[in-house]
Design a protein around this ligand. Structure first.
Ligand code: FES
Ligand SMILES: [Fe+2]
Length: 382
């Protein structure tokens, strides 16, 4: 049987006529590599978090879709990102997260680098006992740095180095969320991270969290107090899309204790919460009393790691005293995210059906999903 090949142009049609992205973009390893090159390389994407390197001297290796990268926090708290590779023979430099007391030492021939990437030592490079050689110009042989920008603890990178400035890239989102843009965030600690590995292409978790259409059937618990009609869609073509709810009103325990809220929020946020997929690989959820980020890392064409980090508005919320409520919050979100796994993995399985044509979008309920598909298709057509 000959598999159907759906042209990318059909994705960028008006939603009532459009198809979704073709099957091959979910199941073909060659297409996967093409997406890494065309969707991730030229754009800003989220690599990890400042909390991955909490203390000066910390380094955290992150393999993103097979690309070895290294986040470092310098003594002056500057966060940088480098290619995680030694300039000598190309050894992967750092295998495990750690605190560097002196310099980053390559385990192969012990070339050493400062946390700012400068090449610092090259033992015996000019022969036994000679630690310099004219051919090895230290000031030109530092680690390859990757352009990076930290916003609300998310570490964004632009591998190609030539995307517009991050401020410009995020301008529309900053506009919409001006009240959250510069908030100080406090991560809840070990109990405020959720990790999931799903057997699906990286796009499906993003697509799934971009819509609320599935709520009544996949999240009956959530739907009991936050119904379809309480939601709205958010679409900013070419940048982001997602959903909002008008009835966010957390009841965490019987005593009525409530988490501290972010300062300076307008009335809208007394009841509203919004969940935006900021392309390509994160969804950010903002509420008056916490913010979460769902971070999606592609592992292979059909396997994806999801990490959720939950942040609060006040450092007191991160103390032991609030651990019980943090756990209620975490358990609630864990249940929701786990309920989504079968849907995401089921859509992946469906993409091996040779006649599937990318699917039809509901012009009212799939607007945020289509917006994402259209953005991906445009990156691939570039
Ligand atoms: S490969 Fe790193 S010192 Fe040789
Ligand atoms: Fe869901």
């Amino acid at each position: 049987m000959q598999a159907r090949v759906q042209p990318l142009e059909s994705v960028i049609q008006p939603i009532s006529k459009a198809n979704g992205l073709p099957n091959e973009n979910y199941i073909d390893p060659i297409k996967f590599q093409e997406e890494i090159k065309k969707v991730f390389y030229p754009n800003w994407f989220c690599l990890g978090f400042g909390k991955d390197v909490p203390n000066p001297g910390d380094v955290a290796p992150i393999d993103f879709a097979g690309i070895p990268l290294l986040i470092t926090r310098d003594r002056d708290n500057t966060i940088r990102v480098f290619n995680n590779v030694c300039r000598h023979r190309g050894m992967k430099l750092v295998e495990e997260p750690q605190n560097i007391v002196g310099v980053i030492r390559c385990p192969y021939h012990s070339w050493c680098y400062k946390l700012n990437g400068d090449l610092y030592a090259t033992p015996h490079v000019g022969g036994a006992g000679h630690n310099k050689h004219a051919a090895i110009e230290r000031d030109k042989t530092g680690l390859f740095e990757v352009r990076s920008h930290v916003w609300l603890d998310m570490v964004f990178v632009n591998l190609s180095g030539d995307a517009p400035d991050f401020e410009q890239h995020a301008a529309k989102l900053f506009e919409r969320w001006h009240e959250f843009k510069d908030q100080k965030l406090y991560h809840g600690g070990d109990d405020s991270t959720i990790r999931l590995t799903v057997n699906s292409n990286w796009k499906l978790p993003i697509e799934n969290t971009s819509e609320y259409y599935h709520l009544p059937w996949v999240h009956p618990g959530l739907n009991s107090y936050s119904r379809l009609q309480d939601h709205y869609y958010i679409v900013e073509s070419g940048k982001y899309s997602g959903t909002g709810t008008m009835v966010y009103n957390p009841q965490l325990d019987e005593s009525g204790r409530k988490f501290a809220t972010f300062p300076g929020l307008s009335e809208k946020w007394n009841q509203a919460a919004e969940y935006i997929s900021f392309y390509p690989n994160i969804q950010i959820g903002v509420h008056k009393d916490h913010l979460f980020v769902i971070h999606v890392t592609p592992l292979s064409v059909d396997q994806t790691e999801e990490r959720v980090e939950i942040y609060y508005a006040d450092p007191a919320m991160c103390s032991d005293e609030w651990a019980d409520l943090r756990n209620v919050k975490k358990d609630m979100w864990t249940e929701v995210f786990q309920e989504d796994v079968f849907a995401v993995e089921g859509m992946q399985k469906g993409r091996y059906a040779p006649d599937f044509d990318g699917g039809k979008f509901s012009p009212t309920m799939d607007v945020a999903t289509h917006c994402f598909h259209e953005w991906v298709a445009r990156q691939l057509l570039n």
